[in-house]
Design a protein around this ligand. Structure first.
Ligand code: FAD
Length: 442
C-alpha cells in the first residue's frame, strides 16, 4: 500500500504514526511545506508571555522520529495539485523549485487551516501579524520586543490568550472585536462579563462592537481605525478565525460551504481513496447531530489516529465532538462544552438553563473559591446540551464530565444523582454537578 500524507502537524502526525505502527509494510510519504512537524500552536501565547522558555518543548515529534518509523519525510515540499481520478499528486520542492509527480493508493488530507485575513485597507503594512505556526510565533516575539502598544483583533480564545500574554509582558493592550462581548462563541454573557471586568481592571482596553475599517501607517502600522474609534499601535495581531485549507480538493470531494471536507465516521471522504482529518474537515457536533466546523487540536489528533485505524477497512468509528475547550486567563480558569444558551437560539432548540454558585470546598476549610456553573438542557427531553464553568479554583475537569454526559445523551435529572467522590480538600458532599441537577428539578 502506497500512502501519501499531505500536511504534518497534529492530524498528519497522528495519522502517520498510527499507519506506520499498524502497517509496517506500507510505503508512507509525507509532504509538508514547513520545516517542522507537530508544532503546538496552543503554546504560542505561553511562549510570547515567557511562561514557556524553550520553544523546542512545543514539538512532540520530529521529521527524524517519523523517519525512524520508516516514513519518507519530504519537508519543505508543497503539494500543488491532487488528481483524485488518477490517484496522482504534483509536488514542488520549495528549496530547489523542482516540480514532480507521485502516485498513491490512499491519500490522507491533513492540510489543516489558515487564519482568515480580511481584505481591510492597509492590511499589507508591516507589523500586522498572524499567530498560527512556529515561524509566526517567533516573529511575534521578535516584533513585540520594541512594541509599546499592541492591538489584538478578534476576541476568540487565541485573541484573549495573547491579550493576557502581552499585558503580563507590560504592553499597552487593546482588544477589538465586532461582537459586543469577548469569547462569544464559548461562553454566555454572565461568564464573559467576569473576564471583561477583570481585563478592564488590569488596564486592557476593550473595543467591542467595533469593526476594523482600515490600518494606517507609512510602512509600518501605526493606527487601527474602527467603526467607532482610532487606536494608536505599534503591533497588530490578527486572530479573527480560520478557514479550512482545502482548495486542493475543491470540486473533488464533498465539502461544507466554508470548504471543510465532509468525512464519515471512519474519516473517509466522498472519494474512496482519500481520507481526511483535523482542521481541514467538518466534524459531527453531537449537541445538534449535524456537521460543524470546530478546528481544535483535540479533534485533529483523534481524527488523525482514526485514519490510521480505518485506512484499510472501516474499524473504529468517531463518536463526534462537543467542542469542549478550556482557558486560563489571569486568575480565572474556565471551560465550556456543547451549546451555550445564546447558541441554542441560532440552532432553534427550546432550552432551559440552571446556573449555580457554589464554593469549591466546605467553608470549614482554610480557603475556598466560588464556582459558577451553568448547564443548558433541552426543555422537553431534558437532555444536557451544554455547560460552562468559571472559578479561581481549577474545576475545569468538571466540564469534561459534562462532555461525557452530552455524548451519552444524559438528562439534567440524571446529573443530580451521578456518583461522585467527596473529600474536603477537593469538594463538598454534594458535588456541584449534582447540585445543578438537583436544583434544575425544583
Ligand atoms: C494560537 C493557537 C492556539 C491554539 N490553542 C489550542 C488549544 O489550546 N486547544 C486546542 O484543542 N486547539 C488549539 N488550537 C487549534 C489547533 O492548533 C488546531 O486545531 C490544530 O493545529 C489542527 O491541526 P491540523 O494538523 O489539522 O492542521 P494544521 O495545524 O493547520 O496543520 C496543517 C499542516 O498542513 C501543512 N500544509 C497545508 N497545505 C499544504 C500543502 N499544500 N502541501 C504541504 N503541506 C501543507 C501545513 O504546513 C501544516 O503543517 C490553537 C490554534 C492556534 C493557532
Amino acid at each position: 500500500m502506497k500512502v501519501a500524507v499531505v500536511g504534518c502537524t497534529h492530524a498528519g502526525t497522528a495519522a502517520v504514526t498510527n499507519i506506520a505502527r499498524r502497517y509496517p509494510e506500507a510505503s508512507i510519504t509525507v509532504y509538508e511545506r514547513n520545516d517542522n512537524v507537530s508544532f503546538l500552536s496552543c503554546g504560542i501565547a505561553l511562549y510570547v508571555g515567557g511562561v514557556v522558555k524553550d520553544p523546542q518543548g512545543l514539538f512532540y515529534s520530529s521529521p527524524e522520529a517519523l523517519e525512524e518509523m520508516g516514513v519518507k519525510m519530504k519537508m519543505k515540499h508543497e503539494v500543488l495539485q491532487i488528481d483524485s481520478k488518477n490517484n496522482c499528486i504534483r509536488i514542488k520542492n520549495l528549496d530547489t523549485a523542482e516540480v514532480f509527480d507521485d502516485d498513491y493508493d490512499k491519500l490522507v488530507m491533513a492540510t489543516g487551516s489558515w487564519p482568515i485575513v480580511p481584505p481591510i485597507e492597509g492590511i499589507q503594512l508591516h507589523n500586522i501579524l498572524l499567530s498560527k505556526n512556529y515561524t509566526q510565533a517567533n516573529t511575534i516575539i521578535e516584533k513585540a520586543k520594541d512594541a509599546k502598544r499592541v492591538t489584538v483583533i478578534g476576541a476568540g480564545y487565541i485573541g484573549v490568550e495573547l491579550v493576557e500574554a502581552f499585558r503580563k509582558y507590560g504592553k499597552e493592550v487593546t482588544l477589538i472585536d465586532g461582537e459586543d462581548r469577548i469569547l462569544s462563541k464559548y461562553l454566555d454573557p454572565e461568564f464573559t462579563n467576569i473576564i471583561e471586568e477583570d481585563f478592564r481592571e488590569r488596564g486592557i482596553k476593550l473595543a467591542l462592537d467595533e469593526t476594523v475599517t482600515r490600518f494606517e501607517g507609512e510602512e509600518t502600522v501605526s493606527k487601527v481605525v474602527t467603526t467607532k474609534g482610532e487606536y494608536e499601535t505599534d503591533l497588530v495581531i490578527l486572530s479573527v478565525g480560520f478557514r479550512p485549507n482545502t482548495d486542493l480538493l475543491k470540486g473533488q470531494v464533498d465539502m461544507m460551504a466554508n470548504g471543510a471536507i465532509i468525512v464519515d465516521e471512519y474519516m473517509r471522504t466522498s472519494q474512496p481513496t482519500i481520507f481526511a482529518a483535523g482542521d481541514s474537515c467538518a466534524i459531527r457536533y453531537n449537541p445538534t447531530g449535524e456537521n460543524a466546523y470546530i478546528p481544535l487540536a483535540t479533534n485533529a489528533v483523534r481524527m488523525g489516529t482514526l485514519v490510521g485505524q480505518n485506512i484499510m477497512e472501516p474499524t473504529t468509528r468517531y463518536m463526534g465532538t462537543q467542542g469542549t475547550s478550556g482557558l486560563h486567563l489571569f486568575d480565572y480558569s474556565m471551560a465550556s462544552t456543547g451549546l451555550t444558551e445564546k447558541a441554542t437560539l441560532r440552532v432553534g432548540k427550546n432550552v432551559k438553563t440552571i446556573t449555580i454558585k457554589e464554593n469549591n470546598r466546605p467553608e470549614f476549610m482554610p480557603d475556598y473559591e466560588v464556582i459558577t456553573l451553568k448547564v443548558v438542557y433541552e426543555e422537553e427531553s431534558r437532555k444536557i446540551l451544554g455547560a460552562q464553568v468559571i472559578s479561581k479554583a481549577d474545576v475545569t475537569q468538571s466540564i469534561n464530565t459534562l462532555s461525557v454526559c452530552i455524548q451519552n445523551s444524559m438528562t439534567i435529572d440524571e446529573l443530580g444523582y451521578i456518583d461522585f467522590f467527596f473529600q474536603p480538600h477537593f469538594n463538598k458532599p454534594w458535588n456541584f454537578l449534582n447540585q445543578a441537577g438537583l436544583q434544575a428539578a425544583l
